[in-house]
Design a protein around this ligand. Sequence first.
Ligand code: IPM
Ligand code: MN
Length: 366
Amino acid sequence: MEKRIAVLPGDGIGPEVTAGAVKVLEVIARRFHHSFEFVHGTIGGAAVDESGTPLPEETVALCEQSDAILLGAVGGPKWDSNPADQRPEKGLLAIRKRFGLFANIRPVKAVPALLHQSPLKEDRVKDVDLVIMRELTGGLYFGEPSRRTEDAAVDTLVYTRDEIERIVRAAFELSRMRKSKVTSVDKANVLQSSRLWRDVVEDVRADYPDVEVEHQLVDSAAMKLITNPGAFDVIVTENMFGDILSDEASVITGSLGLLPSASVRTDGFGLYEPVHGSAPEIAGKGFANPAATILSAAMMLRQSFGMEDEAAAIELAVQTVYEEGHCTADVAAKGVRPLSTEEWASRVAEEVDVQSVSNSIMFSYV
Ligand code: IPM
Ligand code: MN
């Protein structure tokens, strides 16, 4: 297959981690006889510096002419005091909205070789295999009015039935490929938008009688995610709750550096990015873990290109490299020399080159 991939490295560690993923994708193309063309564009602070806006029209055009988007991360202290529309984060929100990428899929799966890195007890995290399905283009992130004066500020939380229904359906569909269990997370004891959310879940579940459904309030869900993470299968929730819960869920695997994500719409077009941020404090030092971006690239192959074997090859390579004891600084055991971002990505790329695909695909989220 011939595919064109828009690569938007962004800020901080974004360029390092996306370079690692591109390296792995190049090996995939060679091994599986595909042709991947990588076209680079700017987003976030890098775009503000270069063209005065966090999502330049050239970048939008580049993405429109591509089959998928691979993104690093945006943000950093350099732009913290910029006006709201010139903040790097605005670029990320704008690209999600512009391309209608309403479904954000964030799989969280324990990595056997790294269980000891989790601050939680090993027996509590060893069976964790859940997916957070986060609504990505509505809610507090996009509601109007959103403004502040010196002494007052307002943000608006709006959801329509249609917006809720499409993400809830996506969650039910995904759950059917897994354990057929959906946990809908809301704050229905306080928020009107959550009460609508809960009603829609109740309506949609009628079409999925085989799927087990539970409602949890977000505060309680945050607690259960730590005390009994193995009990979750698919969690579906609104934008802000999903943002918070997915960072929380990363402690299960021991590092935010391991969590990939896909932001997709119904036709399969998607943007793939690590859950972690731009980590400006370690940028350029080779400390960053490219695993989340490499695994996001695997999600891209599966979700947008239908390349299941290719995705599995990457996931297996990541697993093998961890089993061999190779780690970046965030997950390296005491006394073990961590590999640099570039070295670790190269190990995964070499592994993809030599392996044969096995059935034990630990990162597969379906
Ligand atoms: C994420 C990030 C973004 C978000 C920020 C950078 C705008 O935290 O993708 O989780 O809040 O969605
Ligand atoms: Mn986040």
